[in-house]
Design a protein around this ligand. Sequence first.
Ligand code: HEC
Ligand code: HEC
Length: 353
Amino acid sequence: MKNALLTSIILILVLVTTGFMVMDKQNRIRKKDLRLSIPAGFPKPVYDRNLNPPTPNGFILGRKLFYDPILSKDSSTSCGSCHQRFAAFAHIDHSLSHGIRSQIGNRNVPAIQNVIWQPHFMWDGGVNHLDVFPIAPITHPKEMDQDLPGLLTKLQASKTYPALFKKAFGDGTVSTERMLKAIAQFTQMLVSVNSKYDRYVAGKESLTGQEMTGLILFRNRCSSCHPEPLFTDYSFRNIGLPPDTAIQDSGRAHITGQATDRMKFKVPSLRNVEMTYPYMHDGRFRNLQQVLEHYGKGNFHGPNVDPDVKLNTGLTRNQRADLVAFLKTLTDTEFLQDRRFAEPAGEIDAGGK
Ligand code: HEC
Ligand code: HEC
């Protein structure tokens, strides 16, 4: 009897310890985990990593902040609740963003990937530096609705954050600047460069006949706006979508005030596009077929339609299928399943309460 009790206690202890060890292993980040290996053919990043070089403790703090609802006013909504890892950090079950107090925003949540190459952010390019980007969602009334001084007070009062800031930055001062730097140490690492397409380019894998036909079509019809290897030129274009009268989103014109920028939106990267549905700035298309029907129909709306988009009129059903087959080669499962970017097990304290 006594022995059985002792055995059970030992067994439980062993299980708990292995549990913690597994969790710890999942969460652990070493210096070598923060090295970027960028294949040949990629341009030089626009983000200067030397100004905010990621360190293991800085990255761990940034990742914790990214997944922690403490960043929102009522501690309900984290960056990660809108940006889901398995969807390349887009949000798949809502066409429009879903924020604090279940409010629906005006735009579809874009993927977060390869941001070190991105000269501007948001569908209209309203923010132009990765480090300051989080201020926009944190303070947005329909996203996290959290004022920055209030957030600092919460982080300073938390049981865990001062120690994590100390580990990351050498002393326990919790400041907005440090918080932003830590989040950017996480987001700058979200690099997707190992899809089947990339392995094809590197000569390590071949494409099927249909994927190859799709790639050639893509190069002729789509790459003036979605050029390889990033599959976007980050320009703002109008692809002739009729505006949604309920949302009244004018796109780039919202930033520049120019009528000629109406309904121009930032060209999104097509990397991992298979996983980032629904599509477009307002999530109006649920699948790639619908996107290609829009391009193929040639029924473009409005005065500023980009001449390049008209190249696509008359895509046949077979051509659309070939294009979809090619687009699926841009899925990078290594990135989508990368344990470094997962929500850390057992660390989130939902606001230290
Ligand atoms: C309520 C949902 C929501 C939350 C919470 C949220 N985001 Fe976003 N995020 C969006 C939407 C919607 C956009 C597009 C905004 C636009 O274009 O106006 C976006 C855009 C972005 C982009 C730019 C991507 C691009 O290609 O332009 C980055 C980077 C980003 N978010 C990071 C974050 C970080 C970091 C946090 C947490 C501090 C966060 N987001 C919290 C919904 C959210
Ligand atoms: C004139 C420039 C241009 C051309 C040519 C073009 N696109 Fe686009 N594409 C865009 C812009 C801009 C958007 C975003 C529009 C919006 O959200 O309102 C977009 C969006 C998309 C999306 C949705 C991605 C997402 O994450 O929401 C897909 C898929 C896509 N394009 C595929 C293609 C394919 C395939 C072709 C060739 C048949 C093509 N595009 C040709 C500019 C272009």
